[in-house]
Structure formats: structure tokens, C-alpha cells
Write a new protein. Structure first.
Length: 393
């Protein structure tokens, strides 16, 4: 069995979701073959640099402009049509690769490659089943595409939003956002603290996404100033400048502090933490929910992350904090309130979809098994509403 995963490096979550699915497929099928492709980079490094570079600069330097653009893309067909037209033109660059690789199923974790595949499916150039993975807790007009055989969303309410937007409900499955299998393991806290050189005490895990954007330094400074006896784990991701600045800030503090750049041990750091303070990226949030961690949200990117934040705060699994906020006051309201804290943990557990990867793998295997039967047809049929992944039954 061979699966092609098409992603885009516009934020780290899209690729992480694809890698999580690769991981579970290799566990389930020893002979599994798969490949994760950074689609824009594969088509044209120049276009990738332009698109990703513009996105990162806009989000970092002028987030309000990005937010306005996002709102326009939600409410108007013009921006969607422009995006679809551009991706149609780029789609032809994928045809030879797809034919040569000959996958049984194609999985897209970003709307850009999904728009490309939608175009190719409608033209009959590609007849392979195509699955779209929505890696946020909200719907968007960009996902409303013909020719896509199944959509995976994080929650039932997103499915309802898609149906209201005119998308076929029998193609939408609320299996959750896939996360690595490491997040399903709960390791001994005391043993991990010793291994990681930490203390077994009230611990705050601070993360700013893969690039360490937002009010990270302000929140970190507020933690340094608070009167509570806390331990701080700060993960700056790939932002080397931020990592150095945090270390300078921490030099004069008496608190227990661990500062890291990029690390593949986030699951372990979540296991030794009592709270996570983070930007609300869909995959990071899904990982925290699986770990039943109360979430403190900082610096949501206008648009999809603001909507993620709204979903989590309304549900009661998260609280929105700000960089210059007096965190002692916040701790009095949340940490010292056992009912509030208990509710946040319970809602995290309620919203979590720990078996998302397995459920999606069931769907991939189902579609792969049907491919030979349906190869001559122009599109894969909708899954029956009665379809239930074996991992969820």
C-alpha cells in the first residue's frame, strides 16, 4: 500500500499532521510505503519562498493586515477564486509525479494542495481517492471543493458548519486532528523530571509555535515577575534569537527555568507540566488536549488561530491571557479554584480525539481497498453514513 501526503510549510502543523499519519500507517502495515511532500516547494522553490515568506512576514510584522485578508477570504468568492486559479495552474506540475509514484490514496493537510487535486479530479486527470485534513478548529471557504472524496475535521460542530456552507455531510468525518503516537503515552512524571533535569513542582510549559512568534517574551517576563513558586519550561522552536533573549532574561531570576530551541520531546515536557501557555495552532492544541492539559492561550494569529481560541475558551478548556497581564491575579482565579481547574482538565479530555490517527488510517485503508474496483470511475463515491472506523467501535 502506498500513500502520498501533500502538505505546505505555512506553519508547522500541516506537516506534523501528515507525519503523524505516516507514523501510524507504518505501525499498522509493515510493508507500508508513503511520502510527505512540501507541495509548493516541490512545484517551485521560488513560489514557495514567495508565498511562505510573505505569510511569515505579514503574520509577524502586520498581523492585523493578515487578519483583514483572512476575513475577506472567508466572506468573498473573489479571493477563493484567485487562489483556485493559481493552484489550478500549479496542479499540472504534480501530474507526472503522481503518475510515477502511483499512490493508492492522496491525503492533503493544507487547502492549497487540496485545491490542486480538486482541479485534477474534476478534469479526470487523477482518479485516486483524495482526503482533506482540516488542521484547525474552524471551517473556511477554501475547503469547499468539488472532487474531494472525504474531509476530516476536529469536531462535530465544524462538520455542521461545513454542511451549512453547502458541503455534503456524508463526506465529512469528525475523527479529529492526527497527532503522533508519542502523545498517547503517559510517562511517569517523577522519573521524567529527573531525566530532564527538572523539579517536581508547579510547572508552566510555554510554547510559541515552531517559529516562536507573538507575545512570547512578554508572557515569559510576566511569569518571571509573578510571586508563585513555579518552574518554567520555555520552548522557542526554530527562533534562535528568541532563545538567546529568553536566556538573558532568565539570568537574573531565581525561578527554576529551562529554555529550549526546537525539541522532539514536547510530549515529555507536557507530561511534567501543569499548564501549557501557547499559540492556538490546531495540532499543538490537539496534542495538549490528548494530554488533558489546561491551556492558556497567547498571541493567536488573526484568523484561524483566533477562531481556535474562541472555540477552546467557549468550551472551557482554555483561558486567553495577554503579554502584560498580572499572572498572579490569573492564578488566583484559576489555580486556586479547584472547580475551575477540574473543569478545564475535564473539558480537555472531553474534546480530545486521541484515536484520530487510527480512525483516519481506517479510512485510508478502506479507500485503498476500494481503489481497484473503482479505478475506471471518475470519482470515489461518498462513504456511507454508517461507516465507522474500527478504532472507534
Amino acid at each position: 500500500m502506498k500513500v502520498l501526503f501533500l502538505s505546505a510549510s505555512i506553519g508547522g502543523g500541516h506537516t506534523k499532521a501528515a507525519e503523524a499519519l505516516m507514523e501510524i500507517m507504518k505501525i499498522r502495515q509493515p510493508d507500508f510505503a508513503g511520502q510527505v511532500i512540501d507541495t509548493l516547494k516541490h512545484i517551485s522553490p521560488m513560489i514557495d519562498k514567495l508565498v511562505v515568506g510573505t505569510y511569515l512576514k505579514t503574520v509577524k510584522n502586520t498581523p492585523r493586515i493578515y487578519g483583514k485578508f483572512y476575513k475577506l477570504s472567508e466572506t468573498g468568492e473573489n479571493i477563493k477564486d484567485i487562489s483556485k486559479t493559481i493552484n489550478k495552474l500549479m496542479a499540472v506540475k504534480l501530474v507526472d509525479f503522481i503518475n510515477e509514484y502511483d499512490p493508492s490514496v492522496i491525503v492533503c493537510t493544507h487547502p492549497f494542495p487540496l485545491q490542486m487535486l480538486s482541479s485534477l479530479k474534476q478534469k479526470g486527470v487523477v482518479t485516486i481517492p483524495v482526503i482533506g485534513i482540516v488542521t484547525d478548529f474552524s471551517n473556511h471557504l477554501f475547503w469547499k471543493l468539488d472532487g474531494v472524496d472525504a474531509f476530516i475535521v476536529a469536531h462535530e460542530y465544524i462538520k455542521n458548519d461545513m454542511i451549512k456552507a453547502g458541503m455534503p455531510g456524508d463526506k465529512i468525518h469528525s475523527f479529529g486532528i492526527p497527532v503522533s503516537q508519542t502523545f498517547l503515552q503517559k510517562n511517569d512524571r517523577l522519573q521524567l523530571t529527573q531525566e530532564l533535569g527538572l523539579k517536581n513542582k508547579l510547572t508552566m510549559l510555554v510554547m510559541g509555535g515552531s517559529l516562536g512568534f507573538g507575545e512570547f517574551k512578554d508572557v515569559f517576563d510576566s511569569l518571571l515577575k509573578c510571586d508563585r513558586d513555579i518552574q518554567i519550561i520555555a520552548v522557542a522552536g526554530h527562533n534562535k534569537k528568541l532563545e538567546k533573549e529568553l536566556k538573558v532574561m532568565a539570568d537574573s531570576s531565581l525561578k527554576d527555568i529551562k529554555i529550549l530551541g526546537y525539541t522532539n520531546r514536547i510530549s515529555d515536557f507536557m507530561d511534567v507540566s501543569d499548564f501549557i501557555i501557547t499559540k492556538p495552532g490546531g495540532v499543538t492544541i490537539s496534542e495538549a488536549l490528548v494530554k488533558k492539559l489546561p491551556i492558556l492561550i497567547m498571541s493567536p494569529i488573526p484568523g484561524q488561530e483566533e477562531r481556535n481560541a474562541r472555540f477552546l475558551t467557549i468550551a472551557g478548556a482554555a483561558v486567553h491571557i495577554f503579554g502584560n497581564e498580572d499572572l498572579d491575579s490569573f492564578f488566583c482565579q484559576v489555580l486556586d479554584n479547584p472547580l475551575r481547574l477540574k473543569h478545564m482538565r475535564e473539558m480537555a479530555e472531553y474534546l480530545a480525539k486521541p484515536h484520530a490517527s487510527d480512525a483516519i488510517a481506517d479510512l485510508i485503508e478502506y479507500m485503498s481497498g476500494q481503489r481497484n474496483i473503482l479505478l475506471a470511475k471518475s470519482g470515489f463515491p461518498s462513504l456511507p453514513l454508517s461507516f465507522k472506523p474500527s478504532s472507534l467501535t
